[in-house]
Write a protein that binds this ligand. Structure first.
Ligand code: ZN
Length: 382
């Protein structure tokens, strides 16, 4: 039996993952998402239970994905009195970065344990650091919490469907399980020729036991809900019904939202809600209710906070708020004080997508390339 409701993993110390005062990645917008959700589904409501004390993951857990030398390198950066660089420039190390990054890993593991026990979604909005590689930091990601959680499920003999809707390709996860026959990886992202990390092409389909299980949908800049939602409906359900995962992991980056500061896609809250409902239905249908949802990228606090709060509402079985519903005044006050910007007044207030070059022909072409690479045809959605 699967059940309604959601587990939220949120420890205020997740906010210690702070890459610098002017860095685009901040946990403050995730904190605001959690506060907005809690304003609608308060503590004590059976619609949500909370895990709010999470200790950093021990080195043995980090070592299941990361190399020992890299872990030691992060420990040294963490102990240094001044910020250093962990990669070529995007991912600064900072005093305390080791426990901060390891706590996010533990958050993913606690969410994993909970969804496996309770058969209802578990949400880790602070996580989803999908770019970190075994031997290096990358793209604001120090330790790959989502890969470590997937690796643990695989180690326990489970089959995992990983779905990634972040605007950037989830390279750390895909290459981390490129040979694995136990990880189906479906990744929607902005074309790597136009955006970091420059990978995730349709011809990257896996290797060895993993052959045919890595599915990359690279969308052109400007693509919006009209690209994402029909493609998602066409590709994801049949692949999951064939693969029959024991667990679905959704990396719910929000940097595909129209108006994001770093990417050029144009998804809207309505598109995200649609995708979230499909994933929730699939988790119940094919994965016994086992669904781990993480956050990810997203570089406009107004969008990140509202879309992640909306996702929590959908996964808790409460449905999505309407675009013209007002946002709580107390939350708007917290928004102002945490990110020093004017808060939106309504759920749907924000930038409006412009016309993109996307069309049914573009979709047909993209699907034809994908089918050619994967050697299979996708049925029309029901
Ligand atoms: Zn991203």
């Amino acid at each position: 039996m699967t059940s309604d409701g959601l587990t939220v993993v949120w420890d205020e110390r997740f906010r210690e993952y702070r890459l610098g005062p002017d860095h685009p990645f901040t946990e403050e917008s995730r904190a605001l998402a959690v506060r907005l959700f809690a304003a609608l589904v308060p503590r004590g409501d059976p619609g949500a239970d909370w895990i709010d004390a999470v200790d950093p993951a021990p080195v043995e857990r980090l070592e299941t994905f990361h190399r020992r030398e890299y872990i030691e390198f992060v420990e040294a950066a963490s102990a240094a009195p001044e910020p250093t660089l962990l990669d070529a420039g995007d991912t600064p190390g900072f005093p305390g970065c080791f426990p901060a990054a390891a706590r996010l890993v533990a958050g993913a593991e606690r969410a994993l344990e909970r969804t496996l026990e309770e058969r209802r979604p578990a949400f880790h909005p602070a996580g989803g650091l999908h770019h970190a590689h075994p031997d290096r930091a990358s793209g604001f990601c120090i330790f790959n919490d989502v890969a470590i959680a997937i690796g643990r499920a695989v180690q326990d003999g489970r089959r995992v469907a990983y779905i990634d809707i972040d605007a950037h390709h989830g390279d750390g996860v895909m290459y981390g399980f490129y040979d694995s026959g136990r990880v189906l990886d479906i990744d929607f992202h902005q074309d790597g020729r136009t955006l970091f990390p420059g990978t995730g092409f349709p011809n990257e389909t896996g290797r060895g036991d993993g052959a045919g299980l890595k599915v990359n949908l690279a969308l052109p800049p400007g693509a919006g809900d009209d690209a994402l939602v029909p493609l998602f409906r066409t590709v994801v359900p049949p692949l999951l019904r064939t693969f029959r995962p024991d667990l679905i992991v959704l990396q719910h980056g929000v940097d595909g939202h129209v108006g994001d500061a770093l990417a050029q896609l144009q998804y809207t809250p309505a598109g995200y809600a649609e995708v979230d409902r499909i994933v929730l239905d699939l988790a119940r249908e094919v994965a016994g209710g086992h669904l781990l949802v993480t956050g990810g990228g997203g570089y406009r606090a107004a969008n990140v906070s509202r879309v992640l709060a909306q996702a929590a509402m959908v996964f808790a079985g409460r449905g999505n708020p309407r675009a013209d519903d007002p946002l709580p005044a107390t939350w708007r006050e917290e928004f102002r004080s945490m990110v020093h910007e004017t808060a939106p007044r309504r759920w749907g207030e924000g930038p409006i997508p412009t016309r993109s070059g996307w069309s049914t022909e573009t979709r047909a072409k993209l699907l034809a390339v994908l089918e050619e690479e994967l050697g299979q045809r996708f049925p029309a959605p029901e």
